[in-house]
Design a protein around this ligand. Structure first.
Ligand code: SF4
Length: 492
C-alpha cells in the first residue's frame, strides 16, 4: 500500500501555513516542545474521545499499536467492514496519499455515518474542513457515507449522578458544509503535496495566520526576528493594525508614525516607553485608597476545570475553586495575618470545605480586595447557585468585594515596565520589583490548575507534599503582591 503523505492534522497545518507543513516534515528540530498546558489539553481530548465511544457502544477499535503503523489500521478497518462490523472506532482510510482516522464509524439501517469527536464546545470552520478531508478519504475508499457529524461537548450539561453521555455530548451534522467544501479538496491536496516535494522552505512571512486557527508550533523560530517588546505588544491592538505596521517596516515603538490610528491608552504605552515616563493620577488613586474600609482583606482564588465534569452540580469546563489565600490587615498599623485553604487531593469535591472555611475566614466586615473582580465574584456566584444553603454567607462576601485592578486598568498608574498590561504579573514587578514569582516552583495560575487537577484525579507523578507547598506558596504570593501593591499606591 502506498504510504500516506498527508494526515488530517498535517492537511489542516498546511492549510494554515505551507511553511509550517514543510518545517513539520523536514525541520522538526525547530518545533516548540509541547508545553504541560498543551499536554493537559491533549490528555483531556483523549478522555473525551474514549467517553464518546459510549454513544455507540460495542464497537471494534482499529487504533494501531504504534502511532506510525496507520497502514495496518487501514487494512484492519477494511477487514472489519468486510466482516460486517457495524461500529468501528478509529476507522482509518487512505486515498490519494491522504490518511484519515475517523473517531467513530457506524452502520445503521440508513447506511454508514461518520462521527468526529472534539473536546471543545461548538463546531468551528476548521472542524468543518477537518470533516471534509475525512469525508474525502472515506468516500473515495468506497464507503457511501450517508452523514458526517461533529460530536462536541454540551457545556450546559450539569452532572447529577453518573455521567450521561447522551446529555454530555451534542451531535451536529456537517454534511451540507462538507459537500460545499469538497470540490476544493483535490486542489488543496495537490498544492500541499507539491510543498512537500520542494527543495526549499516556502518563503512565507509571519502574519495573522501564525495564530489562526491554532498557535503555530514554529512561532519561536519564525518570530525570533521580532524584539521581545515591540508593536506586537501594544495592548488591545488588533492583528490587522499590528501587521499594517509590520508591513510598513515598523516593529519598534520609535518608528510608529505620528498619524497612526492608536487610541489614547495605546499612545500612552508607546510614549511612556519612548520617554521612560510614568503617568500617575494622584487624585483618583487617593480617592480609591482612602475609600477602603478596614479590616482589609486581600483575597485570591485558584480554580481548575475539566472537560468531563468530575462532581455533581458542575458543568463541563466549569472553573471549580480548590484554593484561596487571604491576607488580613485589621488596621493600617496592625500586623498582616495570613489564612489559606488548599483542598485535599482525595478525589472529593473541594467546594463545600472551601466555602465553609472562606465564610469563617472572611469575618463579617471590611472590604475584600481581589485583583480582577469578575473572576472571584463569578466563582462565588457559582458556589451560591450550586449550594444555596451557603448563599447568604457567600453573598455577604460578594457585596464586600473591591477590585485592586481598577487603578491600573483605568491607567491611574502606568509605568513603562507594565508593558501595556494591567495583569498582576506585570504590575507587581513594575511596582514592587523586590517581590517576584521567579523563585517559586509554580509561577502562574495555569500550572497551579493543571497540577491540582492531576493530583485530584490521581494522575500526578511527583512529590505531592512538596507540590502542595508549592501551590500554597504561589497563591500566598498572589495576595501578598496585592498588599505590597496597595502599599505602593498609598505612598503616592
Ligand atoms: S510561525 Fe507563522 S510563518 Fe512560521 S511556520 Fe508558523 S504559521 Fe508559518
Amino acid at each position: 500500500m502506498e504510504k500516506h503523505v498527508l494526515s488530517k492534522s498535517t492537511f489542516i497545518k498546511g492549510i494554515q501555513c505551507q511553511k509550517a507543513l514543510y518545517l513539520n516534515k523536514y525541520h522538526k528540530e525547530l518545533k516548540e516542545e509541547v508545553s504541560t498546558a498543551q499536554q493537559a489539553i491533549f490528555s483531556q481530548g483523549t478522555k473525551v474521545g474514549e467517553l464518546a465511544t459510549q454513544l455507540f457502544p460495542g464497537g471494534v477499535d482499529c487504533t494501531p499499536e504504534s502511532f506510525y503503523d496507520f497502514q495496518k489500521a487501514v487494512i484492519r478497518t477494511q477487514e472489519e467492514i468486510t466482516k460486517g462490523t457495524k461500529i468501528i472506532y478509529e476507522a482509518a482510510f487512505q486515498f490519494n496519499g491522504v490518511l484519515a482516522a475517523l473517531d467513530i464509524l457506524v452502520q445503521d439501517e440508513n447506511g454508514w455515518k461518520a462521527y468526529e469527536v472534539k473536546s471543545s464546545t461548538g463546531v468551528t470552520e476548521t472542524y468543518q474542513l477537518d470533516a471534509t478531508i475525512q469525508y474525502y478519504a472515506i468516500t473515495n475508499s468506497g464507503i457511501d457515507l450517508k452523514d458526517i457529524s461533529i460530536v462536541y461537548i454540551n457545556n450546559e450539561y450539569e452532572k447529577n449522578g453518573p455521567i450521561d453521555v447522551k446529555q454530555l455530548f451534542a451531535i451536529e451534522s456537517v454534511k451540507d458544509k462538507v459537500l460545499e467544501l469538497l470540490p476544493g479538496i483535490p486542489n488543496k491536496v495537490a498544492a500541499l503535496k507539491k510543498v512537500l516535494v520542494q527543495n526549499e522552505i516556502p518563503d512565507i512571512d509571519i502574519g495573522p495566520h501564525c495564530n489562526d486557527p491554532y498557535t503555530c508550533d514554529f512561532a519561536r523560530h519564525c518570530w525570533k526576528k521580532i524584539p521581545k517588546y515591540s508593536v506586537f505588544n501594544i495592548a488591545n491592538l488588533r492583528d490587522p493594525k499590528k501587521f499594517d505596521l509590520y508591513n510598513k517596516g515598523v516593529v519598534n515603538f520609535a518608528d510608529v508614525p505620528e498619524d497612526f490610528p492608536l487610541n489614547e491608552n495605546q499612545w500612552m504605552q508607546v510614549k511612556s516607553e519612548l520617554n521612560n515616563e510614568t503617568f500617575i493620577d494622584k487624585n483618583n488613586i487617593n480617592e480609591f485608597v482612602n475609600g477602603l474600609k478596614y479590616p482589609l482583606y486581600f483575597m485570591d482564588f485558584e480554580t481548575f476545570a475539566t472537560a468531563v465534569p468530575l462532581f455533581d452540580k458542575s458543568r463541563p469546563y466549569q472553573q471549580l475553586v480548590f484554593q484561596y489565600s487571604l491576607h488580613i490587615l485589621s488596621s493600617t498599623n496592625e500586623e498582616l495575618v495570613h489564612k489559606e485553604f488548599l483542598a485535599e487531593n482525595n478525589g472529593q469535591d473541594p467546594r463545600i470545605a472551601f466555602i465553609e472555611k472562606l465564610i469563617d475566614d472572611c469575618g463579617d466586615k471590611g472590604d475584600i480586595l481581589v485583583y480582577n473582580i469578575g473572576f472571584e465574584r463569578g466563582k462565588l456566584a457559582d458556589l451560591a447557585a450550586a449550594f444555596p444553603k451557603y448563599s447568604f454567607g457567600i453573598n455577604k462576601i460578594i457585596v464586600r468585594l473591591k477590585d485592586l485592578m481598577v487603578p491600573f486598568q483605568q491607567r491611574w498608574y502606568y509605568t513603562p515596565a507594565m508593558q501595556g498590561s494591567y495583569s498582576i504579573k506585570k504590575v507587581l514587578p513594575a511596582l514592587v520589583p523586590e517581590l517576584s514569582y521567579n523563585d517559586l516552583n509554580i509561577k502562574e495560575g495555569g500550572t497551579a490548575s493543571n497540577t491540582f487537577a492531576a493530583m485530584l484525579m490521581g494522575e500526578f507523578e511527583g512529590d505531592i507534599n512538596q507540590t502542595r507547598n508549592d501551590l500554597l506558596a504561589y497563591c500566598k504570593l498572589d495576595t501578598l503582591a496585592m498588599v505590597e501593591i496597595l502599599n505602593k499606591l498609598k505612598t503616592l
